[in-house]
Every structure is written in C-alpha cells, then in structure tokens.
Design a binder for this molecule. Structure first.
Ligand SMILES: [Zn+2]
Length: 147
C-alpha cells in the first residue's frame, strides 16, 4: 500500500491537496504523510473506541484489560480531551466493562483528539524540516509500548 501511495503521489500535481480515503491508524497516517498525502478520513478512531481501546503516543490501550482497574491516570497525560481532563482509566474501564455507552463515547472523543494532535504535531515537524526524524521517533515510541 505504501509503495502504491508513493507511485500515485509522484503522478499527482504538487500544488494540489492529496486525500487518502480509509487510513486512520497512527502509523499509517504518518507513513502516507511521508509520501505526500495531505488529508485523510477513516472510521478507525471511533471504531477502535467502540472496541474499548484508546490510541496513545505509546500505542493502543485496551481498557478492558484488568491492569487498568485501579489506574487513576488519564488515558494520556497532557491530552486536553473531555475524557482525559475529567476521568481516569479505571473509571472509563468500568464504563466500558459495564456496557455504558458513555465509556465508548469518551474513548471516541479521546481518539479523535489524539489523531488531530498527531497530525498537528506532524505539520509542525514538516514546517521545521524535521518530519522524517520526528516520524521515526513517534513510530519507535508507539511500537515500544503497544500491548
Ligand atoms: Zn484524551
């Protein structure tokens, strides 16, 4: 897929925006940005939330996992989303495991905020001329802690 994206991007005008339909995982988004893609849309952030998982800089967190039962931290430190600013991993885990729709909605809000923050950081790295090094570090961090 990434090879095909590179080949297609080389054929498209450089002064026009390039949209990739159906990519939303953080690694994939960063990989296609590196190949010249500007915008994306995908169900992944909300679908992932509906399975009880959060996207974070350190990889995915499956909130159904018992290790979060007493975890009072937010889904991600520093995140400004409504879930992270008000609720703990333990509480969101409780909501998810009790089939309370609020848990899945909070995870959706968090995952959308995560991706918006990710692409904003990617834009800043592009503007600094440091995108490839920034991408490699972001991918290394996400792989290191994915469960
Ligand atoms: Zn959040």
């Amino acid at each position: 897929m990434f090879e095909a994206t590179s080949a297609a991007a080389a054929l498209l005008p450089e002064d026009k925006p390039r949209h990739f339909l159906g990519i939303g995982d953080p690694e994939g988004v960063l990989q296609v940005i590196a190949r010249g893609v500007d915008t994306f849309d995908c169900v992944l952030p909300t679908r992932t939330a509906r399975t009880g998982s959060a996207l974070t800089r350190e990889g995915r967190l499956n909130l159904r996992n018992a290790r979060f039962a007493r975890d009072e931290r937010p889904l991600e430190d520093g995140c400004t989303c409504p879930a992270c600013s008000r609720f703990s991993r333990a509480y969101i885990r409780h909501l998810v495991n009790q089939h309370e729709i609020l848990g899945l909605r909070l995870l959706s809000l968090h995952n959308l905020r995560f991706l918006l923050d990710l692409v904003a950081a990617a834009r800043r790295a592009i503007e600094r001329g440091e995108f490839l090094a920034w991408r490699d570090e972001a991918l290394r961090r996400a792989k290191g802690a994915t469960e």
